[in-house]
Design a protein around this ligand. Structure first.
Ligand code: GLA
Length: 393
């Protein structure tokens, strides 16, 4: 068991006075290329990272030792505990603006689909940095959904669980995100990137063996926290839809570069990003299949320029990191995730990482930016159930 899963188990014992019955966990993600394409039914290429959210669950049995934590709860009620927020909360039937909205949203979405979800107890622990564009919210949704499906023997495929988690995020939490993050968290595999066709929801594993090429992914969390609801995310979606309707296509996925002549102004800039980004994802996958990391990196830089100039979702901090990465000889660099803050990634030689980190720290300090936090990731495993004592019962 990973340390984060052990922490969830320990929290469960402390809060609920008994052993958890099932433990599952799900990762955050970085997106290698293909940004703001998912809700346009295009292509994305994320991989999972080694930071996860774990949940330990069980049923509160009559007679459990509740002397220590003293929450006022009875068998038949669902209670959720977060080690990170050190907070016990009841399952909610509508959004209350806390971390518990995510698991509550998943339970709501399961019930909406007609699944009976009896009361349970859950303890969560996570190490996906919050608000950094690495999808901590998808990780908690995916961990909850996988855990409950296994615990209550629900016959739901991982793809359908991802769709269900997005439904929770859109309709319960109220963030109008696409499918990428939940899909990546549930379907990614270690050592692989995941090409997702966000129209058909077909996914292909694409080997991403960076280590044998002496390469790694450096993530720079600019600590400019973005909350999707507070940013231009929904505004970008709206203009993308308008552009599709001006072009008379269902989604921008269906538009070609030659169609862009028929657009102007903001619709043109936003659509140009989406149309060219979809092409870049497919070219990037081809490059990966040839192990051509140089070409892959060029596409990352192009993607960043397109997001900076056409989609206008970058920040001075993200641009600074990307420029410094280029100067340090990184093969590619770009912002990852929704933008408006959060993180950027650089594909680079392992040997150059420390140099770029210290240069970036110096520049950020000089420019009066918050000091960034760095992570080095290689493509990690997707969501999984790590303990299921129910099976043995
Ligand atoms: C956020 C959303 C995703 C996707 C990205 C941008 O992470 O949750 O669905 O739209 O932004 O690519």
């Amino acid at each position: 068991m990973r340390p984060i899963e052990q922490r969830a188990a320990q929290a469960y014992r402390e809060q609920f006075g008994e052993e958890p019955v099932l433990i599952a966990s799900a990762p955050g993600r970085i997106n290698l290329i293909g940004e703001h394409t998912d809700y346009n039914e295009g292509f994305v290429l994320p991989c999972a990272v080694s930071r996860r959210v774990a949940v330990a669950i069980g049923l509160l049995r009559v007679g459990a030792d509740l002397s220590r934590p003293a929450p006022i709860h009875q068998p038949g009620e669902t209670w959720l505990y977060s080690t990170d927020f050190q907070e016990l909360r009841a399952l909610t039937e509508q959004k209350v603006g806390s971390w518990a909205d995510y698991p509550s949203g998943v339970v709501w979405a399961l019930k909406e689909q007609g699944h009976a979800i009896p009361a349970f107890q859950g303890a969560f622990a996570g190490d996906v940095p919050l608000g950094s564009g690495l999808s901590s919210s998808a990780a908690i949704e995916a961990a909850t959904a996988l855990a409950l499906a296994a615990y209550f023997h629900l016959d739901i495929s991982r793809k359908d669980l991802a769709v269900l988690c997005r439904r929770a995020e859109n309709a319960f939490v109220g963030v109008n995100s696409g499918i990428m993050d939940q899909y990546a968290s549930l379907l990614c595999r270690e050592g692989m990137a995941l090409l997702i066709d966000c129209r058909s929801l077909e996914a292909q594993q694409v080997p991403l063996d960076l280590a044998s090429a002496g390469l790694t992914l450096l993530v720079c969390d600019t600590r400019v926290s973005r909350k999707l609801g507070d940013t231009g995310y929904n505004a970008r979606r709206k203009v993308a839809e308008q552009a599709a309707s001006t072009l008379g296509v269902k989604q921008l996925r269906d538009a070609k570069v030659s169609d862009l002549d028929r657009l102007a102004g903001e619709e043109l800039r936003r659509a140009r990003h989406v149309v060219t980004e979809n092409e870049r994802v497919l070219q990037a996958v081809e490059a990966l299949r040839r192990q051509d990391f140089t070409r892959f990196g060029e596409l990352m830089y192009e993607s960043h320029r397109s997001m900076r100039d056409d989609y206008e979702i970058s920040t001075p901090e993200l641009d600074t990191f990307v420029e410094l990465a280029a100067r340090a000889g990184a093969l590619g660099a770009r912002l990852t995730g929704a933008g408006f803050g959060g993180s950027a990634i650089a594909l680079m030689k392992q040997a150059d990482v420390e140099g770029l980190k210290s240069t970036a720290l110096r520049h950020f300090e000089r420019r009066g930016f918050k000091l960034p936090v760095f992570h080095v990731f290689s493509p990690a495993a997707g969501a999984g159930v790590v303990l299921n004592a129910k099976k043995a019962e």
